[in-house]
Design a binder for this molecule. Sequence first.
Ligand SMILES: [Zn+2]
Length: 262
Amino acid sequence: MTILINVITFCFKCYFYLLLITIVLSAPSYISDALKPFLRKRRLAKHVKTLAPDENYILRYVSGKEPNAHALEEGSGIKIIEVTQGLLDKMTDDEIVAVLAHEIAHHQLKHLEKYKQSFWMQLFDGIDNNKAAKWLKEKLENPLALQIVLNCLKLPLTPLLMHLSRKHETEADSRAVEILALDEKLFKPEAILSVEQKLKVLSLPAYRTFLDRLLASHPHPSERIKTIEKGIREAIARTKSTFYLRLKSILAPHPHKSISLA
Ligand SMILES: [Zn+2]
């Protein structure tokens, strides 16, 4: 009986030590897996600083399956770049850097202010807040009926606002390439284009009809790719030209000093 108890105890001890060894050996991979998202976010924040060294941005991560990012402002001009979990899941670091450059471009070009202060947006907001709306609010007691009337008045303004939004998006795409081209390590043309290709696959169904395109906040994916390709070509040409200029200045024959033998 004692022998049996000893054997069982020995087996338990062996099992316990084996378990302990397994946990200790696999711990580094558990720790590194847990740290990976944190380190990735830290790396992305560092890249934002490289892209815009003189500006302060808060990189904020939000839930959402769709790969998306937004430029926002809070309080007295705190610049925020919001990135969805879907973007982290579906894009590589190089691709996310291209998206971040696009959002930085929106901030640098002051698109948020320009959009809010645009004539069409003022008119859009004005529909809710003018005397006629107040008069309507008194006459139409049903809030749903009031909303329908106000939305009908706003409807013709929507394509104009979306036209402005698409213009801003094109500007941000061009500026993003310029921002990325300033840093040799972060300028990865293939990553910038692959973001657009991925977004094209996802967003193409939203551009089926003429009305879809009229009410879209972003230009058609094919147009965006053309804008970005043009920007990349120009950036490469600029880099080349400064490179050749530098090369030329180094290789330029220096005028020989005339030696006087007198
Ligand atoms: Zn944008």
